[in-house]
Design a protein around this ligand. Structure first.
Ligand SMILES: NC(=O)c1ccc[n+]([C@@H]2O[C@H](COP(=O)([O-])OP(=O)(O)OC[C@H]3O[C@@H](n4cnc5c(N)ncnc54)[C@H](OP(=O)(O)O)[C@@H]3O)[C@@H](O)[C@H]2O)c1
Length: 248
């Protein structure tokens, strides 16, 4: 019987979409834990640049579009050259949606699927191949959404990508056979640039309908991601929903 030892805490973490919102909060927390971070987004914000300037030996940032797979592969290579072997990935980058399915063009549907599903899988493959090639161990966290579990108007393609990632996550956890732990965190709605399309009234309604009495904040999600990256929990192939109980 194989009896793999536990996977150690992450030491070099790739965070996609680390420039703002939840991604920036995750980057900050990973640094606070003493690990190294390679973060990218299309635009590097002053906040992310500030972290890179403050920790030049522990942070690599770059402007990369997750859909540019050549640039993505080069970034992963650069990250390992600068920071050492990557052993964790947080697939956080995504685009939102705010239109009924019947009003979406095929191009718009394809773009959401490319950014939120195809490219995260390509990035995951690139990271896992490097971990496997050196016989390493690691951790992958998918940032998905309650939209993968419940219906929300105006989010058809978006929901499909998040459900797709949750499904891929489970199968990947099995394929990795304990060499890499793979899990999803599925937040409920929280305030960010992505959710800024929701009006004050909609946000109030969400808060009112949340059993815990308040909306989710990135600060509620970060400790769960931290646990998946650093702790020995033996969690594998799970979707951890963080929504104040909205989906129960
Ligand atoms: N906000 C919510 O209510 C909510 C609820 C459930 C789940 N989520 C999920 O939580 C995660 C973070 O969302 P958030 O609310 O923090 O969103 P956000 O503030 O809009 O941040 C999204 C991040 O992804 C990056 N990104 C988007 N498209 C990209 C591309 N093509 N290439 C590289 N980077 C790209 C953005 O930077 P650039 O635009 O500069 O590229 C940014 O860094 C997402 O996976 C989202 O689906 C959010």
């Amino acid at each position: 019987m194989s009896d793999l030892p536990p996977i150690g805490p992450a030491s070099v973490v790739v965070v996609s979409g680390g420039s703002r919102g939840l991604g920036l909060a995750i980057v900050t927390d990973v640094l606070d834990r003493g690990a190294k971070v390679a973060a990218f987004a299309r635009t590097i914000t002053p906040e992310l640049q500030q972290l890179a300037d403050a920790h030049p030996d522990r942070v690599l940032v770059a402007s990369v579009d997750v859909n540019d797979h050549k640039a993505l592969t080069a970034f992963i290579k650069d990250a390992e050259a600068a920071l050492g072997p990557i052993d964790a990935l947080v697939n956080n980058a995504a685009v939102g949606q705010d239109a009924m399915h019947i009003h979406m063009s095929p191009q718009q549907i394809g773009d959401i699927i490319a950014t939120n599903l195809t490219s995260p899988l390509v990035l995951t493959r690139a990271v896992l191949r490097r971990i496997m090639a050196r016989g390493g161990r690691g951790r992958v966290v998918m940032v998905t959404s309650v939209c993968a579990q419940r219906g929300y108007s105006g989010l058809v393609a978006y929901s499909a990508t998040k459900g797709g990632l949750d499904s891929a996550m489970r199968t990947l956890a099995r394929e990795m056979h304990g060499r890499v732990l793979v899990n999803s965190v599925a937040p409920g709605f929280f305030a960010s640039e992505m959710s800024s399309v929701l009006g004050d009234q909609q946000l109030e309604t969400i808060a009112r309908r949340t059993p815990s009495g308040r909306m989710v904040e990135p600060d509620n999600i970060v400790p769960v991601v931290r646990t998946l990256l650093f702790e020995d929990t033996n969690l594998n192939g799970q979707v951890i929903t963080i929504d104040g109980g909205s989906s129960i």
